[in-house]
Design a protein around this ligand. Structure first.
Ligand SMILES: [Cu+2]
Length: 206
């Protein structure tokens, strides 16, 4: 009940925000390459962000991090509405790339995408990232974080929480039913015993 009311209120709020966002001239991210959440055989040479309006080259920033922490990257370049970040990598694994750009209306807009790279092309390896040992470690860590997967996992566990509550109530109901049956059974058996014993009066009517 409250959940529904809350959900409805939230939907309304998000709708309102969506409308006001569309009304102002915020820069909106149209697409990225690679796509957010992509699982790639080989790490891409560049990451690009395409927006719905031209970008200010002086106020467009990109940061990235991977299995070994933050990456030391070259400056991104801006071409019209596209922000391009040349990439280097340390090891196969999960990478996140964040952008921060200045909208034409003066507001900063930022966001993050994540992707997984199974291998790093030789030319894209950052200095010092060529050891094979860290690579093995990293492939383990890469399975652990599942960066962008966690929000959906969280929401999944949210609904599981709801189910858990339902299951709990059902279990409680089951226990109550079982207890009621046991009580009824004991009463019946007790009644019969008492009938047989001819001693019923003392227990049934105290
Ligand atoms: Cu704005």
């Amino acid at each position: 009940m409250w959940k529904r009311i809350f959900a409805a209120a939230l939907t309304g709020l998000v709708g309102t925000l969506g409308v006001s966002t569309a009304a102002s001239a915020h820069a909106a991210l149209l697409e990225t390459s690679p796509e957010d959440g992509a699982a790639l055989d080989a790490a891409p040479e560049t990451v690009t962000f395409t927006f719905n309006e031209d970008l200010d080259p002086d106020n467009s920033q990109v940061g990235a991090s991977g299995p070994d922490g933050d990456l030391d990257l070259a400056e991104p370049s801006v071409d019209g509405n596209t922000l391009t970040q040349p990439m280097t990598y340390t090891a196969p694994g999960e990478y996140t790339v964040s952008y921060r750009v200045l909208s034409e209306d003066g507001h900063n807009v930022s966001g993050t995408i994540a992707f997984e790279a199974e291998s790093i092309p030789e030319a894209l390896r950052a200095d010092g990232g060529e050891d094979t040992e860290p690579t093995a470690e990293q492939s383990e860590t890469a399975e652990g974080p599942d960066g962008e997967a966690s929000p959906s996992e969280e929401s999944a566990s949210d609904s599981e929480g709801g189910n858990g509550m339902k299951n709990g109530l059902l279990a409680l109901l089951g226990v109550v039913v079982v207890v009621a049956i046991v009580i009824a059974f004991v009463k019946i058996v007790g009644g019969r015993k008492n009938d047989g014993g001819g001693d019923s009066g003392s227990e049934d009517s105290p």
